[in-house]
Design a protein around this ligand. Structure first.
Ligand SMILES: Cc1cc2nc3c(=O)[nH]c(=O)nc-3n(C[C@H](O)[C@H](O)[C@H](O)COP(=O)(O)OP(=O)(O)OC[C@H]3O[C@@H](n4cnc5c(N)ncnc54)[C@H](O)[C@@H]3O)c2cc1C
Length: 318
């Protein structure tokens, strides 16, 4: 006789539906029509097979993720189920590699356990446990690489980053969310100039957006300004310089804010340098990521330099 596992308890299901089985045991499950129409008894199977009939009428994206209607589900084998809120939008991913991009930033590649739709520059939420969840931007481009690529900067005494730098290793399985956010390249208007300004690991989404735009044949100017205190803070420098050599419409300016700037680097605050080089941003598309103070100031200053509000996309990292 198949059993239904829910909330840590196991119940004999017999020939009943999952909904009848659980409600008979006093478990409260939202339900309405009880005939597969209203979808209010939507649940998700986290273990065990769901009969196809229990997915009838659901969106293919939900069905693929093992969502089903409890009133129409007559399990043939043991099954573990949760309510949508507990599983909605979450998935497992395997860490395939971790490398130091510099002393304080890790490049982490992860492979989601199922097909994962995203746009370069969006972010995912990474769950350390039920209570510790943080956002990380996607530096990867879906059409260019199979894995998701994250750039995580160490934050002193940070709950998540201490765990990532201290414990996380290749082979581990982690829980992530679906991709979110509107900081990504949209096709159309390929001649529009694009300004990308990032500080620290704020380069992550910009690296994804940049490569996505180049891959899609963006022909307008694309100018990337990356700011760090000193040269030790930069990463992906060689990759970016190679892209700049290969694409005459792309320029990369690493900006050092303290001390001296060696050849190939500009000296000063990243936002100031970007605006000195590009004082008139009328008609430009602008992406701003990283330190929240820099991002906030950049939103205002790029707007005052002529960029339209609807063309300014920002992800403050805090
Ligand atoms: C949309 C979005 C995208 C993001 N993408 C990235 C990314 O791609 N890479 C990345 O490294 N981070 C990114 N972040 C930041 C990330 O989500 C975490 O905030 C960061 O990793 C710190 O988490 P923590 O748990 O280690 O620190 P916490 O335990 O949350 O913080 C510890 C202490 O450090 C302070 N603190 C928190 N964050 C910072 C910071 N960035 N700099 C200085 N002090 C800080 C806190 O105020 C607190 O005092 C993003 C944030 C958002 C909102």
């Amino acid at each position: 006789m198949p059993k239904v596992k829910y909330g840590g308890q196991s119940y004999e299901c017999g020939e009943q539906s999952v909904l009848d089985c659980l409600t008979a045991q006093g478990v409260h499950i939202p339900s309405g029509c009880r005939s597969g129409i209203c979808h209010s008894c939507l649940m998700c199977a986290v273990d065990g097979a769901v009969p196809e009939k229990a997915k009838a009428g659901l969106k293919p994206t939900l069905a693929e993720q093992n969502y089903f209607l409890a009133c129409a589900c007559y399990p043939q084998q043991d099954i573990e189920v949760v309510l949508p809120n507990a599983a909605m939008g979450k998935l497992q991913a395997q860490v395939t590699s971790i490398e130091h991009l510099n002393a304080d930033i890790l490049g982490i590649r992860i492979k989601p356990s199922r097909p994962f739709e995203y746009k370069a520059g969006q972010f995912i939420n990474l769950c350390k446990d039920e209570y510790t969840v943080r956002s990380y931007s996607l530096a990867s481009v879906p059409e260019l690489e199979d894995e998701l690529f994250l750039n995580v900067r160490r934050v002193p005494n940070g709950l998540m980053t201490n765990w990532i730098f201290g414990d996380l290793k290749a082979g581990d399985t982690i829980t992530i969310s679906e991709a979110e956010g509107d900081c990504f390249y949209v096709t159309g208007n390929p001649e529009q100039n694009i300004l990308l300004i990032g500080s620290g690991s704020g380069l992550a989404p910009l690296y994804g957006i940049l490569r996505d735009a180049l891959r899609k044949g963006h022909s307008g100017k694309i100018s990337l300004y990356h700011g760090c205190y000193d040269t030790a803070g930069f990463y992906l420098v060689e990759e970016l310089r190679k892209l700049a050599q290969a694409h005459p419409n792309f320029s990369y300016v690493p900006c050092v804010s303290e001390g001296e700037a060696p050849e190939g680097y500009a000296l000063g605050m990243v936002l100031d340098i970007a605006l000195i080089d590009n004082p008139d941003l009328t008609g430009w598309r602008v992406f701003l990521c990283g330190n929240p103070n820099m991002v906030k100031a950049a939103q205002q200053k790029t707007f005052f330099a002529g960029a339209s509000m609807q063309d300014i996309f920002a992800d403050p990292f805090g």
